[in-house]
Design a protein around this ligand. Structure first.
Ligand code: PAF
Length: 227
């Protein structure tokens, strides 16, 4: 509470109090973890030490760039945990709550922004999907350490041949019958992202119930190394 007070007073009188602001944000995010609807605390991931969140997140434009960045992070800060929040951009309060939850439980937070073509059917307008990268990066300032923004041909090169399907699991599920591309497309991109990012824990909005169930099954079936 004292850090929040100092940060607010600092803002009021125009004095910069970065350490108090950082501590106030951290305490606030720790308090909010259980307030995220349906949020389940990850048990096996523990904070080992807070890593200062930069004023602007590092932007990594390809999986290769992220892997280099991750290797540097792991060698400069051994043992620190990574939390991952996958998104398609258009960040809103729901995403920000997930990012705060990730920060409360992990030392370092990376957000991905990728509009996944595989979860759009031919009759759904992939190109009309809102892309708001600058506004999204502004929302991540002081909140996430890094943002991964891979390009479509990085994720799906021309000869891409491997897809994930959860055939018996999805059979008969109304949402799947209505949008047969969607959940298998989500499963394919999430498998790729989880394996590329190689985080300790990933955070998904629980309001998308079937999506969460698909991700849990995918992680179990493919033995993906993320909580
Ligand atoms: O929920 C979403 O935003 C997307 O389905 C996800 C999980 C980022 C995969 O593209």
């Amino acid at each position: 509470a004292i850090n929040g007070f100092v940060a607010r007073e600092g803002r009021r009188v125009g004095v910069s109090t970065p350490l108090n602001s950082a501590l106030a944000t951290l305490v606030e995010s720790m308090n909010q973890v259980d307030a995220v609807p349906g949020f389940k605390r990850v048990n096996s991931v523990k904070h080992t030490g807070v890593l200062t969140v930069p004023s602007a997140p590092a932007v990594l434009s390809s999986v290769a760039e992220w892997k280099k960045h991750r290797a540097t992070l792991k060698s400069s800060h051994p043992g620190r945990t990574i939390g991952f929040v996958p998104t398609m951009g258009g960040l809103h309060e729901g995403h920000l709550a997930l990012i705060r939850a990730a920060r409360a439980q992990c030392d370092y937070v990376v957000v991905s922004i990728f509009v996944n073509p595989k979860q759009f059917a031919a009759n759904e307008d992939l190109h009309a999907y809102p892309r708001t990268l600058d506004a999204d990066c502004a929302k991540l300032e002081g909140l996430a350490h890094a943002v991964l923004v891979p390009q479509p041909d990085d994720m799906y090169p021309e000869d891409f041949s491997t897809s994930v399907t959860l055939t018996p699991f999805l059979k008969g599920k109304v949402e799947h019958e209505r949008r047969p591309m969607f959940f298998n497309g989500v499963a394919t991109v999430v498998a790729k992202l989880l394996s590329a990012v190689s985080a300790d824990a990933a955070f998904f909005g629980q309001k998308d119930g079937l999506q969460c169930a698909v991700v849990r099954r995918l992680v179990r079936d493919l033995s993906l190394p993320t909580d």
